[in-house]
Design a protein around this ligand. Structure first.
Ligand code: ADP
Length: 400
């Protein structure tokens, strides 16, 4: 029922609902959760079948789907909505709401969306999402229920919801950034302090020649660590803020693993670690480069935390989760293992096992990045481990 035809009582509960959602939005700092609440609220308030949020991506200069209430992210993730020649682009540019009674007669309707997703859009109401005088995206409510038309009341409520939502999104982004920056700066201090100590040492005229060379090697190692850390920080920041997008396409697992093994083989050889492979003849669907990053992380960890002369075994098998077929990939090592109390923290950013500190250098970000990447593919990542025996890391990825 649209708000104009509501009786006063139901109109009141309509506004109460709007206030309730707004309150919920301001208290949610988790971006994914926030986006879900916004779309649920938009549908409820406008009495529509679906709703979607498109946010402006300054890197590509276009809008991107952040969430669509009834669609799989797989279907919408890769769609870029141009500013010129799309309804959402018009709303974004003009900062004004728009009602499209029949999308089939609308020349600026961006057909690629309809071609890609299952939902047939009939009509829509789109409003700008404005935070602090800046439009950051567009909120759309799609397909008014029971053959109704969008009315003034719908436009007003959706506009109010969209501005509350925009501010909440900006807050969540800022919160994530500040939290992350504090941790990052803290982590950067260790290599920086080491570099400073090294330079002071080098300035001493009485430093023996062999010490001088050791110091320079330390400086090189610490500089490399800083470079690795900064690129991992950037990766994780992008993943956490939902700004990293997947380029999904089919790829062959065996070829990918071969490439990864080629990259790590010298590192493995230096520790006399053998890499064995099972049948890896699987066709997967995902962002190949990002999956490669995950597999490289698991393999380098399996080398770093293995024993001298140890083994790594990479295997894969099909598994079913509800009605989707996944490929489950396992990377098993014969290393020092992980205690049960540490296992649960393994995928937290900056987490490193204290005993393993002396074992190998690292940032403690690799597995956190891996989790984000795998979950963005609707997959899972977990581990099984026995101390003194070894660990096995598992990931699941959708099949092509
Ligand atoms: P990094 O290796 O850069 O420290 P990761 O996020 O990849 O960061 O791993 C986090 C921590 O988990 C490591 O520091 C190490 O203590 C532990 N770890 C990861 N992989 C293994 C493994 N295969 N065996 C034992 N411990 C591991």
């Amino acid at each position: 029922m649209s708000a104009e035809t509501r009786d006063p009582q139901s109109l009141l509960s309509h506004y109460e609902y709007l206030i309730e959602i707004s309150q919920q939005l301001t208290s949610t700092l988790d971006l994914t959760e926030l986006l879900r609440k916004i779309t649920a609220g938009a549908e409820q308030l406008t009495d529509t079948e679906a709703s979607s949020i498109m946010l402006y991506d300054s890197q590509v200069g276009a809008l991107r789907f952040e969430v669509t209430s009834n669609l799989n992210p797989d279907q919408t993730e890769s769609i870029i909505i141009p500013i010129e020649g799309s309804i959402a682009g018009w709303i974004f540019q003009h900062g004004e709401p728009r009602v499209i009674e029949d999308v089939t007669t609308e020349p600026s309707y961006f057909g690629q969306v309809a071609d890609t997703v299952d939902l047939q859009t009939r009509n829509l109401l789109g409003v700008p999402m404005r935070a602090h005088d800046k439009v950051i995206g567009v909120l759309e409510a799609l397909n008014k229920r029971d053959g109704q038309k969008f009315n003034e009341q719908d436009i007003r409520t959706l506009t109010t919801l969209a501005s509350q939502a925009a501010i909440a999104i900006e807050n969540a982004r800022l919160f994530q950034q500040s939290d992350f920056i504090a941790e990052m700066v803290h982590e950067l201090r260790t290599p920086l302090v080491a570099l400073k100590a090294s330079t002071s040492l080098l300035l001493r005229p009485d430093l023996p020649e062999d010490k001088r060379e050791d110091t320079i090697l330390t400086m090189r190692a610490e500089t490399e660590r800083l470079i690795r850390m900064t690129s991992e920080f950037l990766d994780l920041a992008r993943l956490e803020s939902g700004r990293a997008h997947l380029n999904v396409a089919p790829f062959e697992l065996d070829k990918l693993i071969d490439e990864c093994v080629e990259i790590v083989k010298h590192q493995a050889a230096s520790k006399d670690v053998t890499i064995d492979m099972g049948d890896l003849d699987f066709l997967l669907k995902g962002d190949r480069a990002k999956v490669k990053q995950v597999l490289l992380n698991l393999l380098t960890n399996a080398i770093k935390y293995n024993r001298e002369g140890g083994t790594i075994t990479v295997t894969a098998q099909s598994s079913n989760d509800y009605d989707t077929t996944y490929t489950e990939i396992a990377v098993a090592d014969t290393g020092l293992g992980i205690s049960p109390e540490h296992q649960k923290n393994m995928f937290q950013k900056f987490f490193r096992v204290a005993d393993a500190e002396g074992y190998a250098h690292g940032t403690g970000l690799g597995l956190a990045i891996a989790r984000h990447i795998i979950e963005a593919h609707s997959g899972r990542i977990w581990l099984e481990s026995e101390q003194g025996v070894g660990s096995t890391f598992y990931i699941t990825l959708p099949c092509a």
